[in-house]
Ligand binder design. Structure first.
Ligand code: UGA
Length: 436
């Protein structure tokens, strides 16, 4: 099928490439000429394992192009809108202006029978509003809302083989046609019996924010338990293992430490809360304010632990940070807990030297005054304390002897991911959040 994808950020670029991988003919549209040029040259504009290979294969087949000209959607039958919905600068609500701009730009190029598919994370009610707009401009065009659940670091896999498909569609013929077209696009996944839920617009929009709110709550739950563990002498990692064996609870997303960041969970729970208040059901999700607060406290606790490890005064002390990205396998530093900790320690007078396998460039743009080095070995040389803040595999598997150039053998495990006995056995002082 001929498909267009409007917006080629993390979501759109991966979606465009993955749709081409599934055999469709795809054009990706973005207003950023640099991004379009990079994608056309087969270079992902961000770090995402597997994306380069998918881009290369699609380019070889000639089934994937990128353009800054919206008129190039001509000929496509299905148009995915995958632009960002960041947090507004003046409030917690979602900023919908990229979504509105994408629809406005797309409308003049739509033909009767085309299907527009929203993938962006939006407040409930957005799809109905856009559906009216679409139908008044192009009567026989239809809208569907098809939320995306991909995780950065596994984005291609999650798009090509999702764990479920959710189609939000209007009633009647428009809905039937939308379902038929989406089934054709996702034929591969459906053949593997991927669960497919056909729902109304509001449910589809809510599924996405509810899923992210649940994940954020699960992480904050275990980090709240970490606070209690600290006050009681319990070990939060053993607690997580023990409750995680209960299949109703499950061990996933119970990794305690520095908490969640990134371009999705933090802004989505805030936007959800803001929108619920507008709808008069603010009380129903007021707990998300607490989820946010617990999460932000993790950063304070990490800073406090560093102060403690350095005898209460960080001024002039050398702090090595391993990991800056908001999670491993990503170069994304949007709302990254590690960068927040680095900034606070610098503001308190510490000499902070940081490294990351993928996020040096992105971190430099956000915190230019942070001293960045290429390797863990360089970062820790002369350090008074080492902070592991993103659990990249290469850090989890570090041998203590690899960091022997430190000034003081003191390591703070911000992700509860190091084998404590190995580090203590090698003469290191090991400390982490939520463990005695
Ligand atoms: C999240 C959701 O997991 C995806 O399903 C969703 O599609 C995506 O947002 C989105 O809305 O686009 P992502 O932001 O890529 O995906 O990252 P996650 O894997 O969810 O991790 C989020 C944060 O939680 C990271 O900072 C990670 O370090 C932290 N985390 C995760 C924990 O602190 N503990 C855990 O046990 C798991």
């Amino acid at each position: 099928m001929k498909i267009s994808v409007i917006g080629c950020g993390y979501l759109g670029a991966v979606h465009a490439a993955s749709m081409a991988k599934l055999g469709h003919e795809v054009v990706g549209i973005d207003v950023d000429a640099g991004k379009v040029a990079a994608l056309n040259a087969g270079t992902p504009p961000f770090y995402e394992p597997g994306l380069r290979a998918v881009l290369a294969a699609a380019r070889k087949r000639g089934s994937l192009t990128f353009s800054t000209d919206i008129a190039d959607v001509a000929g496509a039958v299905v148009h995915f809108v995958a632009v960002g919905t960041p947090q507004r600068k003046d409030s917690d609500a979602a900023d919908l202006h990229y979504v509105d701009a994408a629809f406005e730009a797309l409308l003049p190029h739509l033909r009767s029978g085309d299907l527009v598919v929203g993938k962006s994370t939006v407040p409930v009610g957005t799809a109905s509003r856009l559906d009216l707009l679409l139908r008044s401009a192009v009567p026989e065009a239809s809208l569907a809302w098809n939320p995306e659940f991909l995780r950065e670091g596994f984005a291609v896999k999650d798009t090509v083989a999702p764990d479920r498909l959710v189609y939000g569609v209007p009633g009647g013929n428009h809905g039937d046609r939308a379902v038929a077209l989406l089934d054709e696009i996702y034929a591969n996944a459906l053949a593997r019996k991927t669960p497919r839920l056909v729902v109304d617009f509001a449910t589809a929009e809510l599924v996405k924010v509810a899923a992210n709110a649940f994940l954020a709550t699960k992480i904050s739950f275990i980090n709240a338990m970490a606070e209690v563990a600290e006050a009681t002498g319990a070990d939060v990692t053993l607690l997580a293992d023990a409750i995680g064996y209960d299949r109703r609870i499950g061990r996933k997303f119970l990794n305690s430490g520095l908490g969640f960041g990134g371009g999705c969970l933090p802004k989505d729970i805030r936007a959800f809360r803001a929108h619920a208040e507008e709808l008069g059901v603010g009380d129903s999700v007021a707990f998300l304010g607490e989820v946010d607060a617990i999460n932000l406290r993790c950063r304070d606790r990490m800073v406090d632990l560093t102060f403690d490890a350095l005898g209460g005064d960080v001024r002039g002390k050398r702090v090595a940070i391993l990991g800056l990205a908001f999670k491993p396998k990503s170069d994304d530093v949007r709302d990254a807990p590690a960068l927040a900790v680095a900034a606070r320690l610098m503001a308190a007078g510490a000499i902070v030297v940081a490294t990351d396998p993928a996020a040096l460039e992105t971190a430099r743009l956000v915190l230019p005054e942070l001293q960045l080095v290429a390797s863990a070995g360089e970062a820790v040389t002369g350090a008074d304390v080492v902070l592991l803040l993103t659990e990249w595999k290469e850090y989890r598997h570090l041998a203590p002897s690899a960091l022997d150039t430190v000034a003081s053998r003191s390591i703070l495990d911000g992700r509860n991911c190091l084998p404590r006995e190995v580090w203590e056995g090698a003469g290191w002082r090991y400390r982490s959040l939520g463990r005695p």
